[in-house]
Design a protein around this ligand. Structure first.
Ligand code: 5GP
Ligand code: ZN
Length: 136
């Protein structure tokens, strides 16, 4: 995708603070970090979201997330991590090239990676299970 900023960053055409790079991915520091050390895993090939990315690469991305979280938990150091992956504008996706957010957490920080829990009603439970039944 010629007009995609993450394609250009992943290819090294736009400079980025790169923590790690291999044949499939570049891991960079986010320019608008939620916390100190917020990083992004970006595949070098363009896929818009989790639905588009091939299974094998999605698996490799999660293995890489594990590696980066393991290394950076000690290196920063931090007290925890949120691994976040947004799909679609309504879910907060602003760059439509698949990426995984790795957000270090520190005791007492105010990063807002949470939600107000609702209540799973019996009706919703039955309806959702029925919608999914037989589709996997
Ligand atoms: P999304 O909202 O799509 O899940 O996440 C996009 C992320 O990319 C945001 O956290 C934003 O700060 C980050 N971002 C957007 N443009 C750039 C850029 O040019 N360089 C870097 N390093 N991060 C960017
Ligand atoms: Zn792209």
């Amino acid at each position: 995708m010629s007009d995609c900023i993450f394609c250009k960053i992943a290819a090294g055409e736009i400079p980025s603070a790169t923590l790690y790079e291999d044949e499939n991915f570049r891991v960079i520091l986010d320019l608008g970090p939620a916390t100190y050390g917020h990083a992004l895993i970006i595949p070098k090939k363009h896929y818009a979201n989790l639905i588009e990315i091939p299974d094998e690469l999605a698996g490799k991305a999660m293995i890489l997330a594990k590696k980066v979280v393991t290394v950076m938990t000690k290196a920063l150091p931090c007290d925890g991590y949120n691994v976040v992956q947004n799909n679609g504008e309504c879910a907060g996706q602003t760059v439509f090239h698949f990426h995984i957010h790795l957000i270090p957490r520190y005791k007492g920080d105010h990063a807002g990676v949470t939600w107000k829990p609702g209540k799973l009603t019996d009706e919703a439970r039955d309806e959702i299970l029925k919608k999914a039944a037989g589709k996997f």
